[in-house]
Write a protein that binds this ligand. Sequence first.
Ligand code: FCB
Length: 457
Amino acid sequence: MERDRFPDDFLWGAATAAYQIEGAVSEDGRGPSIWDTFSHSPGNTENGDTGDVACDHYHRWPDDVRLMQNLGVEAYRFSISWSRVIPEGFGQPNERGLDFYDSLVDGLLAANITPFVTLYHWDLPQALQDKGGWANRATVDAFVEYADLVVARLGDRVSHWITHNEPQVVTFAGNLQGRHAPGIQDLGTALQVAHHLLLSHGRVVPVLRSARAGAQVGITLNLSPALPASDSPEDQAAAQRFDMGNNRWFLDPLHGRGYPRELVELYGDRMPEIGDNDLDLIATPIDFLGVNYYFPQTIRAAPLSVHPLGGQNRTPEEEVAAGREITAMGWPVVPEAFTQLLQRVHADYAPKAIYITENGAAFDDKLEDGAVHDPQRIAYLRSHLDAVLSAINTGVPVRGYFVWSLLDNFEWAYGYSKRFGIVYVDYTTQERVLKDSARFFERVIDESGLPAEASPD
Ligand code: FCB
């Protein structure tokens, strides 16, 4: 029977990441990360914005936890700043950094909110980057030590772990396009980084799982469906290559299939060094797959030399012409591609469980008379939640949904210019104001379903 509500045990959450919200970058012994270095180098972020203060969550976390509790949020996905707990990336731990996450976890549990802890959301300790970063195999060992330390401190209370957030973005935005930290532009480096990220994931799965009976471990991938711009064989082949390079490059090895052969051949001598057991370790079984979905890519054929992944995106103007609404990021709003994506992941890989670990949208929100009316975000959330429900109705085991994001925050190279929160942050006063979408989400959680459209939000 088609359900119009989410399953009873469906988990409703909100997501953030350390560098995007914490601030307090030089406090209590935290060491610098690659995002401190990158954002402080001129020209890398809009307006020269940095995460120095961000949402000041490091000091305001009790208020933020209370805010979630008041909205009825059941789970909170946050990440740990590696350089806050091990300032040099390996070696000497920083007790005060660990204390922060310890208190946060206690605060969440006291508020009846389940912590989902991400170990790596892009902020590599700068000291490790100085030795080659993720392209250096030694960083994998450092990550295992880091996981050991975190689990020793939090593992008695945390049951849900995410090893990496979006290795595809780390790989390509950070190391091929250079628009994210560490700002490298080299395909060989990028592919070695991807391999080490995946390897480090596989190696820490048993570490994280060991801490507590019933602990669940997963990895979060950003999966962007690749839609061919036309029926031409060239565009179709380009879309397939794009899918191989961005989605399957991570999905396939995680599920024991190695790297997609066609691209391995294309990459030739730019392929990374792969150790004997690496592919087995990468395929260590996980308990859930985290899926971040924002939008699909429309791919048209382009000379391979121009784009090593074999296609170019449409411009936002073309999306508008194609009749799609676009968000403040220029991303098209295509909810049905979300359903198809989830069905495809289920059919092709059958992960035991799926959590939507991020989904949401940026719009040009304005604070007026103490309120933020964001009907476009409400419409985005409604249509995408409906898309998740459709997937569940066809048997896809989606167990929970985390909205991106709880708070407006530091949107990487876009700085503070893009607002993704369901809660507005006034960066001059640090005041938090619930947007209309927060009230909408509160009702979704309360009903575990979509409130009727006619009723006031
Ligand atoms: C994802 C990131 C997250 C945020 C959203 C908008 O790629 O994981 O930190 O930037 O996009």
